[in-house]
Design a protein around this ligand. Structure first.
Ligand code: GGG
Length: 354
């Protein structure tokens, strides 16, 4: 028996409800492949912040280094400003462990009601590749004349050549591995003077190394319109930290629900543990009601196993998801059903054993 060591941070809100279902599904799929998990739970969250003034202990990142991967639910809860909860937990992990790729698949599944007209499963199947450690997510800048009429706030975005080129390379390689071989890049270079024309220039330069790939360079505004009007057009979409984040909520919303969407924060060199989470946040409005959809977390778990070298566990989980989604009785309310979080989780486990 092989064992993988996973650090679990369920976090806040519905994070604490969906993570147990993810673990249940991973256990069931792992058993079939003679794999064991060693789960170590960390109660780092906004509640911890209230008690200790920190989202995680001072040596939190050091503790996480010992694991093969990190499985995270969600962070953020009313009472703790969002920038404190993100900069106290999620963002330091992404940055310290150089998880510079945020890979977010978008797929329309049979059985999930699609809000767009005339779309069939298979029509929507693409990846958003989000730069994950620099760009607009920066703590650089500041406030002056605070509290006065002259108050000035500035916020800097950071785009390094190293950081831009490595995420573009990942996206080009991914596009190269796919049938359509089509890469779309998101910027706003008519309005954002320095960083976005720079990104466009690096895309055009790298495109020369990948002559088989069709490359489209979009402004983010028309790109979002195209996501809604013709999502079947896309294959691999690459964007900065902020644009990638926005696109990877919009994409799954076009497939019926963002709750199904996974997010893999990857350190491709495997120098550090990578982190896997659902795209969705802690959703305080539905927390405690047992109605959260656990599929984003289960799919994130599948991506974790793919990353750790167990593609058969990934496929088992994805096949189970595909089968369960065809049964309306198993769907949670965001997908038009009435099943609870645990009922949908149980349906996945049952399907794996089937
Ligand atoms: N699933 C983790 C979570 O809570 N995500 C919500 C969120 O706002 N994440 C910010 C980000 O991905 O940059």
């Amino acid at each position: 028996m092989q064992t993988v060591k996973i650090a679990v941070i369920a976090g806040d809100g519905i994070g604490t409800e969906v993570i147990p279902e993810g673990i249940r599904a991973l256990e069931a799929a792992g058993r079939q492949c003679h794999l064991e998990y060693e789960w170590t739970h960390f109660d780092w969250s906004c509640e911890t912040y209230h008690k200790t003034g920190r989202m995680m202990p001072e040596d939190g990142l050091e503790q996480l280094k010992a694991f093969d991967a990190i499985y995270l639910g969600a962070v953020g809860f009313p009472g703790v400003p969002d920038h404190i909860s993100l900069w106290g937990l999620l963002l330091p992990i992404r940055r310290a462990f150089d998880q510079y790729v945020n890979l977010r698949p978008v797929r329309l599944f049979d059985g999930v009601p699609c809000p767009l007209a005339n779309k069939q499963p298979g029509d929507i199947d693409f990846y958003v590749v989000r730069e994950n450690v620099e760009g607009e997510y920066s703590a650089m800048g500041g406030i002056q004349y605070e509290g006065t009429e002259r108050e000035i706030v500035s916020q800097q975005s950071i785009f390094t050549r190293h950081g831009t080129d490595r995420i573009l390379k990942y996206a080009f390689e991914l596009a190269q591995s796919r049938e359509k071989k089509h890469l779309s890049s998101a910027t706003k270079s008519n309005g954002i003077y320095h960083s976005m024309p720079y990104w466009d220039k690096r895309v055009a330069l790298m495109a020369q190394q990948y002559p088989e790939i069709k490359v489209d360079q979009y402004h983010i505004d028309i790109l979002t319109a195209n996501f809604v009007q013709m999502p079947e057009h896309f294959d691999v979409v690459v964007g900065s930290n902020l644009f990638g984040d926005i696109l990877s909520d919009l994409g799954p919303a076009c497939t019926g629900t963002i709750a199904i969407a996974p997010s893999a924060n990857i350190n491709p060199e495997k120098t550090f543990p990578s982190m896997f989470e659902p795209v969705h946040g802690s959703a305080p409005d539905i927390a405690g009601k047992n109605i959260a959809n656990p599929l984003g977390t289960i799919w994130a778990g599948a991506m974790m196993m793919q990353h750790l070298g167990y593609p058969e566990i990934h496929d088992t989980l994805l096949n189970a998801m595909e089968s369960v989604l065809r049964n309306k009785n198993s769907l949670t309310h965001d997908m038009g059903g009435t099943a609870s979080t645990q009922e949908l989780g149980a349906a996945i486990v049952e399907q794996i054993h089937y």
